[in-house]
Design a protein around this ligand. Structure first.
Ligand code: FAD
Length: 528
């Protein structure tokens, strides 16, 4: 039956709760919004690396970059760097944000890098990003440049840059500076009872006995999923068959030399039973070890993580750091909008931290939800469409993330043996990975909300040595040779030579640009 959306109660005050409050109050100032947050149940306290679409969400609700950066201890993120995912000592590859840049005059029916790899099979896979992204030298040398004179080609610092930030400061900022001043009512009490009826949730009872009723309830209670999971008992679909990581240890470390360590990328380093994230915020670095407890106990995982911090990060006394033990629920509820309850954030589902997809799903699901909230009454059509879109996006992301493991050939531990033999959806992956601009224009996928051809899939696939020249049929290459014959190598050579010269020039330019630390100091932080 249709129901109203005038009164909205959000339960949970982590990033998801306050992003929800800020978004709805900004787009629908006439709605009555209350956020209930437990003073005793902590937030997850991680989730500090975003994707590029975060900027779009900020712009949609009018958040100012300068204020966000200085209030939330933020820094710039231009890429995700993956280390040793393909094989034990395979080294690193990047997935930068932004548009790929191939030779505009190329008459060849496939982009020139794939031809390069075909003609010169020894070309390392890392070369792909250097070739395709004009900002690669900035990333490689931890520099930043506004690209005001176009030296970095297609790089657009207003579009191709995401953020690292402090999650606790972010939620506080959205609460104090944004949501409460616009009228969001904030209650700091736990919900101790949820009354359910045929229409969904009838009321919430707080720990002081107050009963709260609302038209719509938004569940932002994290992995607890108090409203959708525990109260409405919506079934949960696990992704453990393709993504077995289910625990993490997290900590924070100080800078020793910010000029060198403030990297403009999140680094994900594969180790024996999972991978370690490194997220440089402005005043400290967040790091953590994601692993599967099917292969290692949490105590041994902590020891392994401390050893990593000691040997790879130069932390002399890792025992002195504080560590947070996090259990993750991997998967998604079958539906995330059921009757008068919508779950946003970890309460809806979580894939795993790779690719910073948690906050991405929060703002993308929110923007989808807001398409329905503009109506005074919503009905099954709204919920069904929302659920289908959300589920499509989530399933795609889960299958994308599974490729980071399944395409690898690591067999050095039981963990990697299992992960590198896991299933991935080749039928789905292959066409999407290689829908590059020069293979024809790609329509934006209405379910995903972005163009898969310019997403990171091709970076991950090439980085993981999944090369289309191995996949595209022999007939295709015969056709190309028939058309161009001996002329092919020299044609490609001239494009590559030009590209190499550009890369060398940009490397020199990058080295004369400020480090990210110098840039942020000058622009935002002064001498802090
Ligand atoms: P939480 O932060 O857990 O908040 C839950 C809230 O619900 C709290 O305020 C709590 O007090 C409240 N609550 C619970 N029960 C009650 C109750 N009974 N009454 C009242 N209030 C209640 N995402 C990224 O985008 N990038 C990353 O790099 C990234 N890394 C991650 C690493 C790890 C290990 C994990 C687990 C997640 C990561 N994520 C990441 C995901 C990201 O952390 C979350 O998407 C984001 O923090 C949102 O969390 P949340 O608000 O849903 O949950």
């Amino acid at each position: 039956m249709p129901y109203r959306t005038k009164d909205i109660v959000i339960v949970g005050g982590g990033s998801a709760g306050w992003m929800t409050a800020a978004t709805i109050v900004s787009l629908f100032p006439d709605k009555n919004i209350t956020l209930i947050e437990s003073p005793s149940i902590p937030t997850v306290g991680v989730g500090e690396s975003t994707l590029g679409q975060f900027r779009k969400w900020m712009a949609t609700i009018g958040l100012q970059e300068e204020e966000f950066i200085t209030e939330c201890d933020a820094s710039y993120k231009m890429s995700i760097k993956f280390t040793n995912f393909y094989s034990k000592d395979s080294g690193s590859f990047h997935y930068p944000f932004g548009e790929v840049s191939f030779d505009q005059n190329n008459q060849f029916p496939i982009n020139e890098w794939f031809a390069k790899k075909y003609l010169y099979p020894d070309t390392p896979v890392q070369d792909y990003v250097r070739h395709a992204y004009d900002q690669a030298p900035l990333i490689e040398h931890c520099r930043f440049d506004d690209n005001s004179n176009g030296d970095f080609g297609t790089f657009n610092p207003r579009r191709d840059v995401a953020y690292h930030f402090d999650a606790t400061k972010f939620a506080n900022w959205l609460r104090e500076k944004y949501s409460k001043p616009r009228g969001v009512n904030h209650i700091r009490l736990s919900v101790s009872k949820v009354n359910v009826n045929d229409d969904g949730i009838e009321s919430l009872v707080l720990e002081d006995g107050t009963e709260i009723k609302s038209d719509l309830y938004i569940d932002c209670t994290g992995f607890e999923s108090l409203l959708l999971g525990q109260s409405l008992k919506e079934p949960f679909t696990s992704y453990s068959d393709i993504l077995p990581n289910n625990r993490a240890w997290a900590t924070k470390i100080k800078y020793k030399d910010r000029d060198k360590e403030l990297e403009p990328f999140t680094e994900c380093t594969a180790i024996d039973n999972g991978w370690v994230w490194n997220i440089p915020c402005w005043s400290r670095i967040g790091t953590g070890y994601v692993y599967s407890d099917e292969f290692i106990s949490k105590e041994d995982a902590l020891d392994e993580f401390k050893e990593y911090l000691k040997t790879k990060k130069g932390i002399t006394s890792p025992d002195k750091l504080k560590y947070k033990d996090i259990e993750m629920r991997i998967g998604i509820h079958e539906r995330t909008w059921v009757k008068n309850v919508v779950a946003i954030g970890l309460s809806a589902g979580f894939i795993e931290p790779l690719e910073s997809n948690g906050l991405f799903t929060v703002h993308e699901f929110l923007l989808k939800l807001c398409k329905s909230l503009k109506y005074e009454y919503v009905n099954r059509l709204h919920t069904d469409l929302y659920n289908r879109n959300v589920r499509g996006m989530f399933d795609f992301l889960a299958s994308f993330i599974s490729t980071h493991y399944a395409l690898g050939v690591r067999t050095d531990t039981k963990y990697w043996n299992k992960l590198s033999s896991m299933h991935y959806d080749e039928e789905k992956l292959f066409p999407e990975a290689f829908m590059l601009p020069q293979l024809g224009s790609v329509e934006q996928d209405p379910n995903l909300g972005w163009n898969p051809g310019s997403s990171g899939l091709h970076c991950i696939c090439t980085g993981m040595n999944y090369i289309p020249t191995d996949k595209i049929s022999h007939d295709f290459w015969c056709f190309v040779y028939d058309g161009m014959g001996e002329a092919l190598p020299s044609y490609i050579q001239s494009i590559l030579q030009n590209k190499n010269q550009q890369y060398e020039y940009r490397t020199q330019r990058a080295l004369s640009s400020p480090t990210l630390n110098q840039y942020l100091k000058q622009k935002y932080y002064g001498n802090n």
